[in-house]
Design a protein around this ligand. Structure first.
Ligand code: ATP
Ligand code: MG
Length: 254
């Protein structure tokens, strides 16, 4: 099966701080991968390197078989072809911890923004898809509301619908429920589970081990800037090899 994401030897530093020290990973079509690790281990940085919100100092990122072109070295490395980057980014649906919806646009307008203005798609068709997606994430009644009129869980589901409306090849989630009250987490997790069951390719950063266990085909544990251990759920939870992972799981109640 083809790899949708292929990272090779990704390194990233912020000044003196070396955050990623050579990370290679790949995600096949339909695969759900969870990234776990303690706070500050570089999970968000790694996810952000995939769509070049952070540019790795070295290493390569391939999406759907195409390598993102970069020029320069080290801290001065930058995308070499913005047109290519935008094209590749439109294959990546990103959902952040904070929802980043536009406050001055209705939920429907938020969702339609990128498909219409960036991807130049037909407005009517996009509107139909957006309404279907709102239905799917369970907030069809909020289409004409503004973000501040929604609960956190509803806003996050709107953000998921927005990411889906670019028809991405892969969904990237960075702790999508960590800003939510516990009683609102469930409704967002249900939507993410639904997407996993549909066979979408997903990379998910999460602190929720129970959810990672339930959802993932593969789990990757980051520690000290490297992949300390990776494997199928059963391997990770029942046949843990690394002492550090064992400690991490114990600290998260496993
Ligand atoms: N733009 C930045 N400039 C400087 N340092 C940064 C930047 N982004 C991240 N870092 C540092 O890099 C390290 C990794 O951060 P990152 O956000 O990737 O960790 P994380 O694993 O996602 O943590 P958490 O679980 O708390 O979200 C941290 O020490 C952080 O302070
Ligand atoms: Mg993070």
């Amino acid at each position: 099966m083809a790899n949708i994401i292929e990272l090779e030897n990704i390194e990233k530093s912020f000044g003196e701080l070396k955050v990623l020290k050579g990370i290679s990973l790949s995600a096949k079509r339909g695969e759900v991968i969870s990234l776990i690790g303690s706070s500050g281990s570089g999970k968000s940085t790694l996810l952000r390197c995939i769509n070049m919100l952070e540019v790795p100092n070295s290493g390569s990122v391939k999406i759907d078989g195409e390598e993102i072109l970069l020029k320069g070295n080290g801290e001065r490395r930058e995308p070499a072809d913005l047109k290519q980057l935008h094209r590749i980014r439109s294959k990546l649906g990103m959902v952040f911890q904070t929802f980043n919806l536009w406050a001055h646009m209705s939920i429907l307008e938020n969702i339609m923004e990128a498909p219409i203005h960036v991807l130049k798609r037909d407005k009517k068709e996009v509107r139909e898809q957006a309404l279907e997606l709102l239905q799917k994430v369970g907030i069809a009644d909020k289409a004409h509301a503004y973000p501040n009129q929604l609960s956190g869980g509803q806003q996050q589901r709107a953000a998921i619908a927005r990411a889906l409306c670019i028809n991405p090849k892969v969904m990237l989630f960075d702790e999508p429920t960590s800003a939510l009250d516990p009683e609102l987490e469930g409704e967002v997790l249900r939507v993410i589970k639904l997407l996993a069951d549909e066979g979408r390719t997903m990379l998910l950063v999460t602190h929720d081990m129970k959810f990672a266990k339930e959802l993932s085909d593969k789990i990757i544990f980051l520690h000290g800037g490297k992949i300390e251990e990776e494997g199928e759920v059963k391997e990770i939870f029942e046949n843990t090899k690394s002492e550090r992972l064992r400690q991490f799981l114990a600290a998260s109640g496993h």
